[in-house]
Design a protein around this ligand. Sequence first.
Ligand code: PEP
Length: 259
Amino acid sequence: MRRKLVVANWKMHGNLERNRLLLQEIVAGVQGLHNADFAVCVPHPYLFQAQQMLAATNVAWGAQNVHQAEQGAYTGAVSAWMVADFGCTYAIIGHSERRGQFRETNECAARSMKLAIKAGLVPIYCMGETLDEYEAGVTEAVVASQLDGVLNIVGIKLFSKVVFAYEPVWAIGTGRTASPGQAQAVHEFIRARIAKHDLEVAAGLRILYGGSVKPANAAQLLVMPDIDGGLIGSASLAADEFVAICRVANGAPGSKRRV
Ligand code: PEP
């Protein structure tokens, strides 16, 4: 059974005081919810705060990126081992904002993914098409190339240690979301493509959906058989909204292992 997973992506938002209140409310809100997994990916400077506040709770924490080298002369970069030092469980890799704004490629993402796994983290690898690509009807080709681009470098066996996230770029922060049917179709496509390499890995893989998930649409999305949770941006900055999505995930049935 794949447990649902809900992950907050705070992006470049927050400060010590605001984070404290937000984390307090999230912890109180998800206390006692044990049928799903929850995590908060915070900006690097707040990892210590997350560790201090979340260590004894059912909310894990993670980073929003790690660099593609182990260490060295990379001013401003943060390595997988540095974030692991703060007890992180997860690291988001290949988010469309990293790809678009920081020119990160599939190859960068693959290198970061390998190092994250080596440092004991669970990478959350993001894939998804832009609006132009969506309108051109090439969603599957784009996602396939993002998938194959890392698979060729990381290898199928390590995929058992990765969480995937399908995030159509046109749905991120736009209030426009993929319909449950559209999202399910892409998730199924991803799982089937991985199944061609390894049935067991494909069956166990958690694939999150991200892109304007809100309390109002979470139930319809999370009930889909290949949607194993959500990566939540804007709604994760409001404790009541994030907790409401976590509650939906907690109540949604985990998906059977099927490919
Ligand atoms: C994201 O950035 O990962 C995301 C899904 O953002 P939003 O929920 O705001 O669309």
